[in-house]
Design a binder for this molecule. Structure first.
Ligand SMILES: C[S@@+](CC[C@H](N)C(=O)[O-])C[C@H]1O[C@@H](n2cnc3c(N)ncnc32)[C@H](O)[C@@H]1O
Length: 257
């Protein structure tokens, strides 16, 4: 592992350009970092893109794997890199020796992704971890979908956010992407349903009925809405076989080869 990343992970601290110490926050977990690297090693992207840099932890994971596959470029955008994150993400990428492949833009993703789209840029891989507000995530996905070459991969972080899950549901229902995640091929609601059913098969209906009501109603409601969403939204794109993947907190999607 890159020494800069290793020291951040082991200490839990990051350092500003002028040497001030800050506590690490808002970063992906090592498990997510490993998953990103695994995806990059298997997909071998030439051009990748990332929305949301913060202290640069996900970028460090991504760049480490990109180096191994001799990728040409990693485009990163974050409008708050200096105003909020004190330039530490970029500094970390410099300390780790990745600036030669970094194409950084201190711009909101919806602005810069639109520009890339105008310039007909194509990408092979994208990681979305910027604003987690529903419309921002949807717009990120929408614009990245325009840039993604067939067979490319998109990973969305933080599937635990309802807003991110809604985007994933929309993508699955309308854009015919497919799950390719190694840990779970399913939405959490479906996993909850499968767990409940296997519990019933093992222990009968008693324990399920004794569970607090909200633990039954909330997943049941989400499953119902997800199912209705699937039934009412006919696929709008005729490209068969696109893929989307999920692990508990990350979703990936890829276009058709
Ligand atoms: C959760 S943090 C990213 C963490 C980073 N991916 C990591 O694991 O180290 C979310 C980032 O999104 C950035 N962000 C917020 N709104 C954004 C936007 N409209 N476009 C791009 N980035 C945005 C924030 O400044 C913040 O750095």
């Amino acid at each position: 592992m890159n020494e800069v990343l290793r020291s951040i992970l082991s200490s839990g601290f990051i350092t500003t350009e002028d040497g001030k110490i800050r506590t690490l926050e808002s970063a992906i977990s090592p498990a997510e970092g490993d998953f990103l690297q695994e995806m990059i090693r298997s997909a071998r992207p030439q051009v990748s893109l990332e929305v949301g840099c913060a202290y640069g932890v996900s970028s460090l994971y991504i760049c480490e794997a990109l180096r191994e596959v001799n990728a040409a470029k990693h485009i990163v955008m974050d409008p708050y890199q200096h105003s909020v994150w004190e330039g530490i993400g970029l500094a970390n990428l410099g300390r780790a020796g990745y600036l030669d492949i970094i194409d950084f833009h201190e711009t909101a993703s919806y602005e810069y992704l639109s520009r890339l789209s105008e310039e007909h840029v194509t990408i092979d891989f994208a990681f979305i971890d910027g604003s987690h507000v529903f419309d921002y995530v949807l717009v990120d996905f929408f614009l990245i979908d325009k840039l993604l070459r067939p067979g490319g991969i998109v990973i969305l972080d933080d599937l635990s956010w309802p807003s991110v899950r809604s985007v994933c549901r929309y993508v699955l229902s309308n854009l015919r992407y497919q799950c390719i995640g190694p840990q779970s091929q399913e939405l959490p609601e479906r996993v909850a349903l499968q767990n409940a059913l296997s519990g019933v098969r093992q222990d009968g209906i008693g324990p399920l009925l004794r569970a607090p009501l909200h633990r039954i109603i909330a997943p049941a409601w989400r499953i119902l809405m997800w199912r209705i969403g699937q039934l009412v939204s006919a696929p709008v794109r005729g490209i068969p076989g696109s893929r989307i993947a999920t692990v508990p907190v990350v979703w990936t999607a890829s276009g058709e080869e």
